[in-house]
Design a protein around this ligand. Structure first.
Ligand code: FES
Length: 225
């Protein structure tokens, strides 16, 4: 695991405060824990800070430590340990997380990363010239059956080809990311087989109303599920 440090002071904002919506969510999280154990909310509070700013700033870490009455070093330890926390500025319109773990790798994630390299920046964790886009390779995001896939913000985009990823990146760059439907980018429902159902194709097996009525007319009361 590489050493994770806070971003250079030259890019750190002077201060941080949760906006009204995030502050309310932060209080909801804090109240979930027993009195005296409020520090357990450190991860959700850092996630909220990241959701608001796009990345976790030094000022946000200090703010969270004050909110939770927690030593700054403890909050810093959490923020630098979990790779889910971005410690440097990311693209303001999209930070593309490309899964590079084995199932996605076997299904073409390297070609997806090539798209990111050509459309965003050659190196991960760098923004494009306008600062609107960035990308990184991540470990399994739990949608292996729909490999290869990416995540942007909290949404996943699955069953990708390089061409489809290029379209998705273009949409986010144009500020039209909400026009792209998350989930499978092919004609399948969630993780159902691409070629249609392969099991439970006979409704009679699981649907009482689909069974022939003849058996009942004959007085053969059969056990049904
Ligand atoms: S290996 Fe890519 S989502 Fe699991």
């Amino acid at each position: 695991m590489s050493v994770r440090r806070l971003a250079d002071e030259s890019v750190q904002p002077a201060s941080f405060a949760f906006n009204r919506e995030m502050a309310a969510q932060a209080q909801t999280w804090i109240k979930k824990y027993p009195k005296g154990r409020e520090q357990s909310a450190v991860i959700p509070l850092l996630m909220l800070a990241q959701e608001q700013e796009g990345w976790v700033t030094r000022a946000a870490i200090e703010h969270v430590s004050e909110m939770l009455d927690m030593p700054r070093i403890r909050v810093l330890e959490v923020a630098t340990f979990y790779t889910q926390f971005q410690l440097k500025p990311v693209g303001t319109r999209a930070h593309v997380q490309v899964c590079g773990t084995t199932p996605c790798m076997l299904r073409g994630s390297e070609a997806l990363m090539d798209v990111c390299r050509s459309k965003i920046h050659h190196d991960q964790f760098h923004t494009n010239a306008d600062g609107t886009l960035s990308w990184e390779e991540v470990e399994c995001l739990g949608a292996c059956v729909n490999a290869p896939m990416i995540m942007i913000f909290k949404d996943t985009y699955e069953d990708l080809t390089p061409e489809r990823l290029a379209e998705i990146i273009d949409a986010f760059e144009a500020g039209k990311g909400d026009t792209i439907k998350p989930g499978p980018q092919v004609d399948r429902v969630y993780s159902a087989p691409e070629t249609g159902l392969t099991s439970l194709t006979d409704e009679k097996v699981f649907l009482k109303s689909a069974r022939p009525k003849a058996a009942k007319a004959n007085g053969e009361e059969k056990k049904t599920v």
